[in-house]
Design a protein around this ligand. Structure first.
Ligand code: ZN
Ligand code: ZN
Length: 888
């Protein structure tokens, strides 16, 4: 006997219950025993400092939909979870904590500071994992990893040493982005360029051995102290006469050469470019080409060095003011112009970044990039949508060497030691105790740590146990798909491809599904400063997790950003309620149902129709999920469940569930109903896991968890176009009668008579077999069928098409049904009221003041109202005209 559902659906009561059940039953666990085909997704590891935002919510909902779907299809589905140590981000969090205690990390020392970070991770690092559980994520938590755990640290070490031994990791002079506040090198992608209103200073460099000077323009005058040349374009006619000359550096007096380089832009400033190799990316490249020395005028704190002469020890911005004063005094500052230009800022702390030459560790990425480019070209990795291919190829072909050292403490310390006696550099898998060159024991380890993205680049194989040869690695690598937003395509996805192809000799994943961003209802990016952040946890509290997840999936159209509005989530909450109520109704009608009882009865037309439609829906939903069209899969399921199953099928079979029919007929009806509802629940499960599990457990005959119930597969033998056409005729007839009733304003409680005419007797017969449904659902008392004949004078009429080859006329006599005169008066009153409202709306829309001052949405709403009013009015007018015809 079926157990009933609560009258009102309460998401919170069931969500915790089922999540605990799934975990206890070990249903998230992948077996990795090779018995089933593998399907694997590695989670983009959230930062341990993270807390669930809308981007995570979308990203993880989509992964969970895929993994639950594949698990139900019989795959050994592994969703590999874990977190990222998030180097700078985490160090900053802990440093802020220390600051509240009046401490900084230097006072603590490296070891104690790192211990503090681990302690912080212990206490607060699990927040995001619990939030993912709240979202229903079916990750295999028994395999949860952390980028700094023992195994992953070993993988990092192994890769570092391998690449170093192959000459793909090197230490070198390089111009890098440096944050003087965070005291660390920043990757190009970690620098945010923002327009700043600054100045362009025109500075005269006197010529050596002749009269006159060359003028250069710069936004950073203090860097002139590190200049080692002035460069001009060979085509620039202004400077032809000066070729081969030297100039004298203002203030310092150092002579520097005038060089010719075709990369100098003659349009910028005066066309003469000061070259500061140690503090500018372009100049660094020029210096490489011309073998110019680099002079470091600024140090790591943004303070002027000894090379800056009398400015030594001054802060870079103080020095700027002083140097400008001095230049003016010497008559070398020709002019100053206002100048708006892009300035690089640290993505963490907003400090102005200083390009700086320094000794850093690098990965020679070009060698690694090539196989990744080929893998995408050959389709061994597919980017979805494909539109991303172009930016991928652009980026990968212009890639610069990857600076992997960071001057912070929290992270994988670089496994390199320098012998203090002979200078030998040792990079090794095990910590060395003596120098292999001189045998000395005074070895100093590199203090830098690796870029956070270095360890996450290994994620698809390190989490599966590499460098050990584990069954998991053999079974699940390459993984099936990576689901990500585009903003980490280059930070992370491209680097996983390079590392996977190099270390594992195979792609890390076969497909990359790149989803859109979640924006606010106006299409703005969500940000703290705009105050438009929508908190996913609040939405789950308010609408339930299933409604929230279904909304996200339904919004996730390929390549289009999502405008998240609560109204739309509310709409999907209604859908979840609809599923609940329909299931509750079903269960209420199953009290005497025995799933084990034999049933030999043939399918009725209604049953053939719903089963036929169900096969199509199963096929479509599967096809959409295969192609990551989450929105379309959600749409198909929504339409079928709400409109075909709830609105039609349940309504039509209601009488057969009553006590009138024979026990056999009742049983047969129940059996098909259970079959259809069971399929709907399983189809919906990946999207709304909690409610479907709750209902599943009350469904007679259902066994175990819905999580591991088979995902419905379409059965072509159940497709039945004839039943669909026949039910099409019946449903359209009912709709037509309902429309006539509404148009003629027939009271909902009144029953009507209908005459059905057709030259095709088949159609009359068809409608005849379903007359019980027509009577019930359109409130029809008398239903008469006639091949043809004159319709009554006072009647409403509709035409219903059957497939493409026949039609049926439905006529509704009005005599005795409505009081024409009363109805005409009512119509006139309503038309008067509408006309007044319409006139008001018209006046408002003609008002220039309103149009220019009101917000665009308000004006738009008023326009829509005007449109709706005039449509309604014209409908009433035509109705009134028809009535007048009847009265005449
Ligand atoms: Zn910074
Ligand atoms: Zn040595």
């Amino acid at each position: 006997m079926a157990e009933l559902l609560d009258k009102v659906y309460d998401p919170h009561r069931i969500e915790t219950k089922w999540y605990e059940y799934w975990e206890k039953q070990g249903l998230f666990r992948a077996r990795a025993d090779g018995q089933k085909p593998p399907y694997c997704i590695v989670i983009p590891p959230p930062n341990i400092t993270g807390s669930l935002h809308m981007g995570h919510a979308l990203n993880n909902t989509l992964q969970d939909v895929l993994i639950r779907w594949k698990r139900m299809q019989g795959f050994d589905a592994l969703w590999m979870p874990g977190t990222d140590h998030a180097g700078i981000a985490t160090q900053n969090v802990v440093e802020r904590r220390l600051a509240q205690e009046g401490l900084d990390r230097h006072q603590l020392g490296r070891k104690a500071f790192i211990a503090r970070v681990w302690q912080w991770k212990q206490e607060s690092g699990g927040t995001i994992i619990n939030q993912l559980k709240r979202l229903g994520c079916s990750c295999d938590w028994s395999r949860e990893r952390f980028t700094m755990d023992e195994g992953l640290s070993r993988a990092v070490r192994e890769v570092f040493v391998c690449l170093y031994e192959e000459g793909l990791i090197y230490k070198g002079d390089y111009i890098i982005n440096w944050c003087p506040r965070c005291q660390t090198a920043l990757a190009d992608l970690e620098v945010e360029h923002e327009p700043v209103d600054g100045y362009l200073y025109y500075i005269k460099y006197p010529l050596v051995g002749r009269e006159g000077s060359l003028t250069v323009a710069t936004t950073r005058p203090e860097t002139l102290l590190g200049d080692t040349a002035v460069a001009i374009n060979p085509e620039d006619p202004r400077y032809q006469a000066y070729q081969g000359s030297s100039v004298r550096l203002p203030i310092l007096g150092r002579p520097i050469p005038l060089i010719i380089d075709p990369h100098v832009d003659p349009e910028f400033g005066t066309g003469a470019l000061k070259v500061t190799p140690a503090h500018d990316f372009n100049d660094f490249d020029i210096a490489q080409r011309h073998n110019l020395p680099a002079v470091k005028a600024l140090d790591e704190n943004g303070v002027m060095t000894e090379a800056a002469g009398k400015y030594h020890g001054q802060d870079r911005f103080v020095c700027r003011e002083n140097i400008l004063k001095d230049l003016k005094k010497e008559g070398l500052l020709e002019k100053v112009e206002s100048y708006s230009h892009a300035v690089g800022h640290c993505y963490r702390c907003r400090t102005v970044v200083e390009p700086m030459i320094s000794k850093q560790w690098f990965v020679a990425v070009r060698t690694l990039a090539e196989p990744a480019i080929v893998a995408v070209q050959e389709g061994r990795i597919q980017l979805i949508p494909e539109a991303w291919d172009r930016s991928f190829f652009d980026w990968m072909t212009n890639i610069r060497d990857w600076c992997i050292s960071r001057q912070i403490w929290w992270g994988h310390r670089i496994p390199a030691w320098t012998c203090q006696e002979c200078g030998q550099v040792i990079v090794a898998r095990e910590d060395p105790s003596a120098c292999p060159n001189c045998g000395g024991g005074d070895l100093e380890q590199e203090t830098d740590v690796l870029d956070t993205w270095f360890s996450s680049a290994l994620w698809p194989f390190s989490t599966l146990g590499w460098p050990e040869d584990t069954p998991e690695l053999r079974l699940f690598y390459p993984t099936s798909v990576l689901v990500t937003a585009f903003d980490i395509l280059f930070f992370w996805v491209a680097r996983m491809m390079m590392m996977g192809l190099h270390m594992m000799r195979d792609v890390p994943f076969r497909e990359v599904y790149i989803h859109a961003l979640v924006r606010d209802p106006e299409g703005q990016k969500m940000s703290k400063s705009k105050g438009n952040i929508i908190d996913p946890l609040e939405l789950m509290d308010k609408y339930g997790t299933d409604a929230f997840r279904f909304s996200l999936a339904a919004f996730a159209a390929m390549g289009r950003d999502i405008r998240l509005s609560e109204e739309r989530i509310l709409g999907y909450r209604n859908f979840v309620n609809k599923v609940w109520n329909a299931s509750r109704f079903t269960l209420m009608n199953l009290e005497d149902y025995d799933p084990a009882r034999e049933d030999e009865a043939p399918l009725s037309v209604v049953e053939s129709w719903i089963l036929s439609r169900l096969q199509q829906v199963e096929a479509e939903a599967g096809r959409h999920l295969e192609t990551y069209a989450f929105d379309q899969a959600a749409h198909v399921l929504y339409q079928f469940t709400w409109h075909e199953f709830c609105d039609w099928y349940l309504e039509i079979i209601k009488p057969k569930l009553g006590h009138g029919p024979s026990p056999e007929e009742r049983h047969h009806t129940q059996k098909v109903l259970v079959e259809v509802l069971s399929a709907i629940l399983r189809l919906l499960h990946p999207f709304m896991p909690f409610i479907t599990e709750e209902i599943w457990h009350k469904l007679p005959g259902a066994q175990g968890s819905i999580m591991v119930a088979p995902y419905p597969q379409p059965d072509p033998a159940l497709e039945n176009p004839a039943a669909e056409a026949e039910m099409g005729l019946v449903m359209e007839s009912i709709v037509a009668i309902r429309n006539m009733r509404a148009e003629m304003n027939v009271a909902p409680s009144a029953t009507v008579s209908i005459l059905a005419f057709s030259q095709d007797p088949r159609l009359l017969e068809m409608l005849g077999t379903h007359q019980q449904s027509v009577r019930l659902l359109a409130r029809v008392q008398d239903l008469e069928f006639q091949p043809e004949g004159p319709p009554p004078a006072a009647a409403a009429k509709s035409v219903v098409m059957y497939s493409s080859d026949g039609s049926l006329d439905l006529v509704m006599p009005l005599t005795g049904l409505i009081d024409y005169r009363e109805e005409a008066r009512r119509l006139n009153r309503e038309m008067d009221k509408l006309s007044r409202e319409l006139a008001q709306a018209q006046k408002k829309l003609a008002n220039e003041d309103f149009l220019s001052k009101a917000p665009a949405e308000v004006v738009q709403r008023e326009r829509e109202r005007h449109q709706a009013l005039s449509e309604k009015l014209s409908k009433l007018k035509s109705h009134e005209k028809r009535l007048r015809g009847l009265l005449a």
